[in-house]
Design a protein around this ligand. Structure first.
Ligand code: MG
Length: 385
């Protein structure tokens, strides 16, 4: 089996998500997806550039294909960022092909499963009220728990807070802190003690502010406080972690095993959240999860992908013992999100009762619904042309 072509399509979800199709000389194709955060233009262009290096390769040699592209480009950014996001999209499609060629679901290709369904946390953003009021956050929290979610995440960083003294520095003042605490208190009150609650700070603060927030969060028994500072300074993360009882989570802005190495060695995080279609792909994420296991750290992937990238991520989550919970972000775009695939059981969505069941169909195990792809395709990119 040989790769004969690689094509892309761009659809609207969380911005612009790039879907990847790899065609073979045996008539079967594999589908993958790259994380949308870098935008589509760079990813589509880079995949078109890389294509010639994979033509003629056997797609079932997934890790060889991945390593070939990575090593070929160590002088052109193959350490992080846009390059790794494009490489991840290709890698997901290679795995889908390898699974289809073997007639096996990806979880089985990757060593078999620890669990039949993957627990999701609902990313609730600022809640039901655009102003992010405590009441709006509590309302959304109750709605998601009623839908079957056992874990939630809210955002409490606000660079537009009216009391902010300076939009450029990374220090929050007392009024900002009070707003954060009111929001989290309202949510915890609404959901009771047994629902897992995560809070995201999007890397917006400095060490003293991060510590004040982490201390203020202690009464609310968070599952984690996410990215209180930017991800790249492990010493600073370790300081925050050492000064609070609130668990710290990082990882969505780190890439490959090497990006996580220092974090693990210095024990700068309590939980790690690599983004699978961003950090290097399925095999790389499994290796990161296995490294986390060495340090008894749970694996809770970040995710902002369509159901295709989501289901691919679920296969990794199924195959590692230290999986904790997976992000699910499609609350505000639910109808568009659901339209991209046909659920394996014929129902309208792959998400049920706050979980996704691992499919037994070969490869990733969900088929793109081309009507949905065409309906929400971003103009100007073509659809697998
Ligand atoms: Mg985050």
């Amino acid at each position: 089996m040989k790769i004969v072509d690689i094509k892309t399509a761009v659809v609207a979800y969380h911005g612009q998500a790039t879907l990847v199709r790899i065609d073979t000389d045996e008539g079967i194709s594999g589908y993958g997806e790259a994380n949308p955060d870098a935008g589509a233009a760079a990813i589509v262009g880079l995949i078109a550039e890389l294509k010639s290096e994979l033509i003629g390769e056997d797609p079932r040699n997934v890790e060889h294909c991945w390593e070939k592209l990575r090593r070929n480009h160590i002088f052109s950014g193959a350490q992080s960022g846009v390059f790794l996001i494009a490489l991840s999209g290709i890698e997901l499609a290679l795995w889908d092909l390898a699974g289809k060629a073997a007639g096996q679901p990806l979880y089985r290709m990757m060593g078999g499963k620890f669990r039949d369904r993957i627990r999701l946390y609902a990313d609730c953003g600022d809640g039901d009220d655009p102003s992010g009021s405590p009441e709006g956050c509590a309302a959304r929290a109750k709605r998601m728990v009623a839908e079957g979610f056992t874990a939630l995440k809210f955002d409490i960083d606000n660079l537009q807070h009216p009391a902010k003294f300076d939009g450029a520095n990374h220090t929050a003042n007392g009024a900002e802190l009070r707003t954060m605490v009111e929001r989290v208190a309202a949510v915890r009150e609404a959901i009771g003690p047994d629902i897992d609650l995560c809070i995201d700070l999007h890397g917006r603060y400095d060490v003293p502010t991060a510590c004040r927030i982490a201390w203020a969060m202690e009464p609310f028994d968070l599952l984690w406080l996410e990215e209180p500072i930017p991800a790249e300074n492990v010493d600073a993360l370790r300081q925050i972690r050492g000064r609070s009882r609130t668990p710290i989570c990082v990882g969505e802005n780190l890439y490959m095993r090497w990006g996580f190495r220092e974090l693990f060695q210095q024990q700068g995080a309590d939980v790690v959240m690599p983004d699978v279609p961003k950090c290097g792909g399925l095999a790389e994420s499994k290796k990161i999860a296995n490294l986390a296991e060495v340090y008894y750290i749970p694996f809770a992937p970040h995710l902002v992908s369509t159901p295709l990238g989501t289901m691919a991520t679920c296969h990794v989550c199924g195959t590692v013992p230290n999986f904790l919970v997976l992000e699910w972000h499609a609350l505000e775009e639910r109808e568009v999100w659901d339209s991209y695939v046909r659920a394996p059981d014929g129902s309208g969505s792959i998400v049920k009762d706050g979980h996704i069941a691992l499919p037994d169909a070969p490869g990733i195990g969900v088929e793109l619904d081309m009507d949905g792809v065409r309906k929400h395709a971003v103009p100007g990119y073509g659809i697998f042309e």
